[in-house]
Design a protein around this ligand. Structure first.
Ligand code: TXA
Ligand code: MG
Length: 315
């Protein structure tokens, strides 16, 4: 079972040996390896049981990395990085050949992100290479937001889990590309659209845009608990389901059923995002047959929450 600890030096040594380490970020925990070492990266795909057509995000220590790992970087990318890095924003850019094809699944673009977490920032600054890191969960399941979530599922397969506490944001990064000077969102995430609009008012939101998903985090069924999840009006759903045998995931309303979780009793979308994945894991463990959930207000972080709930509801 992988140890959970705060030893950055130990994490560094393992990564330098081509081994995997789970790392904290502000969004979710990542399963990290040396991004420039194809065989280290290959073990990420193995451990996660992840199809190799699903590319990995490369985590970098600072804005200077843009020119180290990407070419033809548009002005808008520099502006976005200056504004939102470190933070929950992944930029899709034309890759340099130093990034192995396995990392990008053969695409000519690479997703670069500078995470905003003190532990991982120190780790990245101490390394001579960037870190390829998908979320540290088995492919298709809910992302981990605590070290214990990682240990529960991948503890036997990895060397070390670097403890950074519970993730502050709780949903994955927002993924964007720049096409013909327009900002295109490929995955709704921890950086709200409204924030991006302060840089370019004409943000285009295009999750699920291609048949070969540009971001397979956009695969319809993803981020799913094991139990069936129905998304809708909980009061109406409760008319047709036994309140004793369902789990309820509400935004802020108490539905007076024995197994329920309120994402944010004070109706804060920030708090709801932080609690979302942990709540889905808890409901999976409750003695219920199915989960009933409701959408949250569809603005700010609410859009990313609703996106994840919709995907969790697809069987
Ligand atoms: O917040 C996050 O982004 C977390 C933390 C660990 O940084 N990482 C994360 O990684 O969510 P992952 O692998 O679970 O999701 C990354 C998504 C995938 O859906 C992948 O398809 C997409 O990013 N992606 C990565 N590189 C891409 C590329 N070159 N083109 C299109 N999509 C890409
Ligand atoms: Mg993931």
């Amino acid at each position: 079972m992988a140890a959970i600890g705060t030893d950055i030096e130990h994490a560094k040594q393992l990564l330098e040996q081509g081994k995997l380490v789970a790392i904290p970020t502000e969004t979710v925990y990542g399963l990290a390896a040396n991004a420039l070492d194809a065989s280290a990266v290959a073990s990420i795909f193995e451990v996660k049981n992840r199809p190799t057509f699903d590319p990995l995000i490369v985590h970098v220590p600072d804005v200077e990395a843009l020119d180290l790992f990407a070419i033809e970087v548009p002005e808008m990318a520099y502006a976005l990085a200056a504004r939102f890095w470190p933070g929950p924003l992944t930029l899709l850019l034309k890759k340099r050949t130093i990034i192995p094809d396995l990392v990008t699944s053969g695409l000519d673009t690479v997703g670069l992100r500078c995470p905003d977490h003190p532990v991982t920032s120190r780790l990245l600054a101490s390394l001579s290479f960037p870190l390829a890191a998908p979320s540290a969960n088995p492919f298709g399941y809910v992302s981990p937001t605590t070290p214990e979530h990682v240990q529960d599922q991948l503890g036997d397969a990895i060397g070390y889990i670097l403890d950074g506490g519970a993730c502050r944001v709780g949903v994955e990064s927002t993924i964007v590309s720049i096409e013909d000077d327009s900002l295109v969102v490929h995955r709704l995430g921890g950086l709200p659209i409204e924030s991006l609009q302060t840089v370019d008012a004409r943000v285009i939101v295009r999750p699920n845009s291609t048949s070969r998903p540009l971001a397979p985090g956009q695969l319809e069924s993803h981020y799913s608990p094991r139990k069936r999840l129905l998304l809708g009006n909980i009061s109406a759903l409760l008319q047709h389901h036994n309140p004793e045998t369902v789990g309820v995931l509400s935004y802020c309303t108490d539905y007076h059923v024995p197994n329920q979780i309120l994402l944010s009793p004070t109706s804060s979308l920030t708090e709801a995002a932080k609690n979302l994945f942990g709540a889905l894991r808890s409901l999976d463990k409750m003695p219920v047959d199915m989960i009933l959930a409701e959408p949250v207000p569809d603005h700010g972080l609410g859009r990313a929450i609703n996106d994840r709930l919709r995907r969790a509801a697809v069987q």
